[in-house]
Write a protein that binds this ligand. Sequence first.
Ligand code: SF4
Length: 335
Amino acid sequence: MSATLGLRELVVDFRRRGQLPLRAVDRVSLALTPGRTLALVGESGSGKSTVVRALSGLVRPTSGEILLDGEVVRRLNRLAYRRRVQMVFQDPFASLNPAHDVAHHLRRSLLVHHRAATRGASEEVDELLVSVNLVPAGDFAAKRPHELSGGQRQRVAIARALAPDPDVLLADEPVSMLDVSIRLEILNLLDRLKTDRQLAMLYVTHDLATARHFSEEVVVMYRGEIVERGTSDEVILSPAHPYTQLLAAAAPTGIRGAAGDGSRRRPIPVAHDEAERRQTIVGGGCRFVRRCPYAMDACFERPPELEVSPGHLARCWLHATGGSVVTRRDEDRYG
Ligand code: SF4
């Protein structure tokens, strides 16, 4: 199956007055395919949200290409691109205009993208609300955002994203600002919509447990670059990169069968921000070297490539010889 939306060697630099530029995203390539979810995982500052903003057109890439069905996106009509690629934002409170009712938000998107012929479009609005389980639809259509709970607002935001009938949904931490009790409902809704509509979905999160359950593929980012990628079970149950291993070990919810179940939880070492940032700019050794429990001489000298085995890749010198993936359970060999 060909990729619907892809990134090829995406680089995003942020210029800072009087300072060296910050490379937020460094040569990131990935592909989103219909009916599948790719989870982009990493801590704050890893560059995952910048990737989503570049894909949605909110950030201009410094270099690299965004491809939609193999065609370079900068040559495409912007409105046509937005019709096919929609985004669900992290904050459902800020993403809706408090001055307008729910019907207005949905109707506007339907009309802009020519999905409704009339200014009323009440039938189409009702259909969208039913698709995200906001029933009776007529009641919700007349409500304003302040009359809705956080979960209901996020459902409205999802319905608005569905209004143009997109092929791709970019979900940037869609449940991180919601009560724990309703996160699962929203993720189940997104999962059902992905299957029913054959959406290609990007799920950005720092939560490894939900990444495993709601995605087929996981990509882990650290300091702007991909450090590990593979199927969700491979990456989360048998993490190959020491950073992924630490993320799993620090997971607050515990991941059954993974290195990070609750009994073995341990904190992630603190980053040495400036030193790592400088290293990022000059392109020195491994970016994780100052936090890595397995660091060796080579790690300070040359950046590792992304390699290990077909389908499961890690950017780490521990795997540079072409041997099998080294998991946390093998840590004694390197401890
Ligand atoms: Fe650790 Fe070295 Fe691997 Fe980097 S390359 S993650 S420092 S072992």
